[in-house]
Ligand binder design. Structure first.
Ligand SMILES: Cc1cc2nc3c(=O)[nH]c(=O)nc-3n(C[C@H](O)[C@H](O)[C@H](O)COP(=O)(O)OP(=O)(O)OC[C@H]3O[C@@H](n4cnc5c(N)ncnc54)[C@H](O)[C@@H]3O)c2cc1C
Length: 547
């Protein structure tokens, strides 16, 4: 595992410094900066060569030359014992599907299916062998999720809820020996399935607005608050609960009672998406959790722990989209061959062929992103930017495929009861929202992309301007030029070097000519972006941090 345990001095985050320099109140700067600081803490958990500045997406823009080798994924190696677990799990789902026993009377995945999957080892795929799991490399797990999603996307999604964002990843990565010993065997066998409880009625995108608290009382924490939209939560689950302890985000592993009581209740509502799994609000009133269930990150706080699992969840989401879109394509091809208009199957029309080709392209794109990101994770990279790309691409591709390609090709029949489009339209759209709404994540991506450049070149300029009391710098004002000379020179040098030196050609591996042209185009655009992004930062300055 690549998690470092060395602690060093805490620093104000880039966003906090930028907002303060921009004249925001200390409180606003601190609240917004808290999210950025949590991100900084996650960063420092990784050895320097695996941090964001050394990740392929970052280097492709800011390095001189695209590091092509970091864009290549390795073939997935699945150990035979793990393959056996995967095959057995697929067989369980197929058997129940064929027997019509996949769902219970509420149309949710039936308990017997969850138990049979437990017996086959499904829930322990990501748990280490010493705790009864299969110890699956993440790349093999992610590729398998696509396969499972072609049989049942909900069951594939539950593996991610349990293994990535639920309790498995936080306990594996941040639990102490005693916590791993106590929780992982039950999570591996499926005796305790898990969920992830972060969102609250007043805190979704805005994680500084969390209100659920845990207050120490002897050898327990007393939890009060409300969670919303929690997937896979029913009584008896083990959840990773994000709450505030002494005002700071923390993660408690909470073993929910087998029945609701005065301290713990589930809030039920109708939800269109994820219709085959339970999704509930949770209300805690003076709910006691043993103090030894508190997870502790070597640096940072509970958001550090939450972000780690969310990263993996984003790859899993893309893998699920790749499987779900395969189901769409498998439905489109026979229909397009069968349906005739003007005396010809619609499959012969360029319009329809283009749709099928585009869908195949989106599937291939998702497969490639899943393989690339999960290879990076297995190599020890943080991979935050790459995982965001996978999440946004996977969810947007699935939405586009569902509406523009699948629905349109099936015409009016898409809306008949029993048609996969009409029956699943909310399933196709919801990934754009959960695990971080896509456009919000895109802003997070941009922040990660510009952070180092901003810290290196713009932060010193901002600090100098603030120290000298210069509100509007004017390069023709000799006093301003003199005040800034030391901090502006490195930026001028960087810009000049970037403009004046030739961009190295990417060292691409052998590939067909048409593909090579695409790869060369992508490389040169990524390299060109450095100056464009830097120019945007220079133009909008602190207003960028204020978005
Ligand atoms: C099917 C489903 C399953 C889910 N499962 C879980 C789960 O298991 N566990 C869990 O904890 N949560 C879960 N969620 C919650 C989900 O993660 C949140 O819905 C999501 O993070 C968005 O939060 P929100 O709905 O409160 O949107 P809001 O925070 O209200 O945001 C709405 C929109 O406002 C805009 N916006 C907000 N802030 C800004 C800003 N600063 N700048 C610009 N625009 C902004 C964005 O477009 C944003 O999408 C689930 C949700 C769904 C629908």
């Amino acid at each position: 595992m690549s998690i470092k345990t060395i602690d060093t001095e805490e620093q104000a985050s880039f966003a906090e410094t930028a907002l303060k320099l921009g004249g925001k109140s200390d409180d606003e700067a601190r609240r917004t900066g808290a999210i950025d600081a949590a991100d900084d803490q996650v960063e420092r958990l990784f050895a320097p060569q695996y941090q964001t500045v050394n990740s392929p997406a970052h280097r492709a823009v800011w390095d001189r030359g695209v590091p092509v080798e970091l864009f290549q994924s390795e073939p997935v190696a699945t150990p035979p014992a793990v393959q056996a677990v995967m095959d057995a799990s697929i067989a369980v789902v197929r058997r129940h599907r064929d027997a019509g026993t996949l769902h219970n009377s509420e149309a949710k995945i039936a308990d017997q299916v969850l138990a049979d999957l437990g017996a086959s080892g499904y829930w322990g795929l990501l748990v280490d062998q010493e705790f009864g799991g299969a110890g699956t490399p993440f790349a093999a797990f992610a590729a398998f999720l696509t396969r499972m999603a072609t049989v049942d996307p909900t069951i594939a999604g539950l593996a991610s809820v349990h293994g990535c964002i639920g309790a498995v990843d936080p306990v594996r990565t941040f639990g102490n020996d005693e916590q791993r010993q106590r929780f992982l065997p039950g999570l591996a066998s499926g005796e305790r399935l898990s969920a992830f409880a972060l969102t609250e009625p007043g805190a979704g995108s805005d994680l500084t607005a969390l209100k659920t608290t845990a207050v120490r009382d002897g050898d327990h924490y007393i939890v009060n608050g409300e969670k919303l939209f929690i997937t896979n939560v029913v009584p008896g689950r083990t959840i990773g609960l994000v709450c505030l302890i002494e005002g700071k985000p923390a993660v408690l592993v909470v073993e929910l009672p087998r029945e609701e009581n005065e301290h713990f209740q589930l809030r039920k509502y109708g939800l269109y998406a994820l219709k085959h799994t339970y999704n509930r609000g949770i209300v805690f009133r003076d709910f006691r959790v043993p103090a030894e269930n508190l997870l502790s990150a070597p640096r940072g706080d509970g958001l550090t722990i939450a972000y780690h699992g969310l990263n993996l969840g984003r790859i899993a989401l893309c893998a699920n989209a790749a499987g779900t879109m395969r189901i769409m394509l498998a439905g489109m091809i026979p229909w397009a061959n069968f349906r005739q208009t003007y005396g010809q199957p619609i499959a012969r029309r360029e319009l329809v062929r283009r749709r099928m080709g585009q869908l195949a392209g989106l599937i291939t794109g998702c497969d490639a992103l899943v393989a690339w990101c999960s290879t990076l994770i297995d190599r020890g990279y943080r991979g935050e930017m790459e995982c965001i790309v996978a999440k946004i691409f996977g969810s947007e591709a699935q939405k586009h495929a569902a509406i523009e390609l699948f629905m349109k090709t099936h015409g009016g029949r898409s809306f008949l009861h029993g048609h996969p489009f009409g029956d699943n339209v909310h399933e196709y759209l919801a990934p754009c929202i959960y695990e971080g709404e896509g456009e919000m994540l895109a802003m997070g991506f941009f922040k990660s992309l510009v952070k180092d450049h901003g810290k290196t070149f713009f932060e010193p300029i901002g600090k100098t301007l603030a120290a000298k009391g210069i509100k509007k710098p004017n390069p023709f004002n000799p006093a301003h030029a003199w005040a800034l000379r030391g901090v502006v020179t490195p930026y001028i040098k960087w810009t000049a070097a970037r403009r004046l030196t030739r961009t190295p050609r990417p060292a691409l591996p052998p590939m067909p000519g048409a593909l090579r042209q695409h790869a060369e185009f992508a490389s040169s655009e990524l390299q060109r972006m450095a100056l464009e992004i830097s120019g945007t930062m220079s133009k909008f300055q602190l207003a960028l941090a204020d978005r």
